[in-house]
Design a protein around this ligand. Structure first.
Ligand code: 6MZ
Length: 373
């Protein structure tokens, strides 16, 4: 193993954008497939391998296949525990999973037992001593419409009160080309008012500009993707201004955006836009002109009022992990290990768990800090 590889594995990391059923590994898929051989599902139907790409539509077809394989409490328990363990093995110290509660008449699965089972998995992982702190966001799938969205929020509210702080928020996700965000406003407002945090997929595709304007007024606590928010991608300055004014962190998922073809190549990823926006001062610009890019980045981290974080989105479907995502950003945008370290540390401030957890994580990062920088 080379030093680079070891550095990214050992880097303590925070994962805030991980869809449970998109995060199922090859090994767990094997187990699921052997439980349900009659479905005739193969790996090529559940994952997008190296060098492959799909349209976003095709990605959503993949989730439908995975959902067929994960339809009992037993499956959900196994999948959740495996996913948590794999994130822990990848050096993730704090994880926010998100998942859409489903019911399956055939197997007796209910939306409540769906969430209960994920919570059970979180507890079991903790009892097994895994070095990872896990929280859950209950997801609204926009394809299911506004009534289901409201039911989902009510369910999340109940769990927020009964789960000892494990259920912390709501995710709005699903096929971005379906439905309009305005229909979800009442549900999202209710969630916000009762203390659930909001992480919303925004401007994942270009056609969502008007919707993003509306949803940014809530405002959300974090943004998923935000690929088309900025003017160079067909968004607008007013969208960017709202994000900046409210200091809303962005969850950035590079491999997911490339494989889902919403971004044509890594070097054009909007990471770059938000990074450069972090150079509003003369100091940064002059450093940039001196071509001291490392210093510029240090500066941007200190001065940048925004946060953008690297996340996996669907590590199983897109065949990646968080260590790879960090390494990818470093190699694409020329960041040093010291800058990468700061990037991972910065994510702690954007977690939805209470302040005491933030303080514990900051202490962990301090203790794990390498001597070399
Ligand atoms: C929007 C996504 C997504 O909820 O069954 N999901 N929604 N954009 C994406 N970018 C690729 N990736 C995943 O996990 C799978 C579900 O997460 C959402 C979709 O609703 C998908 O069905 P769960 O655990």
């Amino acid at each position: 193993m080379d030093d680079e590889f070891v550095f990214y594995r050992e880097l303590p990391k925070v994962e805030l954008h991980a869809h449970l059923n998109g995060s199922v590994s090859f090994q767990t898929m094997e187990k699921l497939m052997s439980r349900k051989p009659h479905l005739n599902i193969e790996h090529s139907m559940t994952a997008i391998g190296k060098g492959q790409r799909r349209t976003l539509d095709e990605c959503f077809e993949v989730f439908k296949v995975i959902h067929k394989l994960v339809d009992t409490e037993e499956d959900i328990l196994m999948v959740s525990k495996d996913v948590i363990r794999e994130f822990a093995e990848d050096g993730v110290k704090y994880l926010e999973l998100r998942s859409t509660p489903r019911e399956e008449q055939r197997t007796g699965l209910t939306k409540k037992s769906y969430i209960d089972t994920i919570i059970k998995a979180i507890h079991q992982c903790k009892n097994e001593g895994l070095d990872i702190d896990v929280r859950l966001l209950v997801a609204i799938d926009r394809r299911n419409g506004m009534e289901v969205a409201m039911e989902t929020v009510k369910l999340a509210e109940e769990f927020m009160l009964s789960s000892d702080g494990l259920v912390v928020g709501i995710d709005l996700s699903g096929d971005p080309t379906v439905g309009h965000g305005k229909h979800f406003l009442p549900a999202l407002e209710r969630a916000k008012n009762c203390g659930l945090k909001l992480s919303l997929h925004l401007s994942e595709v270009q056609s969502q500009r008007e919707e993003s304007e509306l949803l940014l007024n809530l405002p959300p606590d974090r943004i998923g993707h935000g690929t088309f928010l900025h003017p160079e991608m067909g968004g607008s300055q007013s969208l960017v201004d709202k994000v900046v004014k409210n200091r809303i962190p962005l969850e950035l998922c590079l491999t997911s955006n490339i494989k889902g073809q919403t971004v044509p190549m890594f070097s054009l990823h909007h990471f770059k836009y938000w990074y450069q926006l972090g150079h509003p001062t003369v100091i940064c610009v002059s450093l940039f002109l001196l071509n001291q890019q490392c210093k510029v980045f240090q500066c941007s981290i200190r001065l940048n009022p925004l946060s953008f974080h690297l996340q996996t989105d669907d590590k199983g479907v897109f065949c990646t992990d968080l260590s790879q995502e960090y390494q990818l950003v470093a190699s694409t945008f020329g960041l040093s290990q010291k800058e990468i370290w700061k990037l991972s540390q910065q994510a702690i401030d954007c977690i939805f768990a209470e302040d005491a957890v933030k303080q514990q994580l900051k202490k962990r990062w301090q203790d794990l800090h390498p001597q070399v920088f």
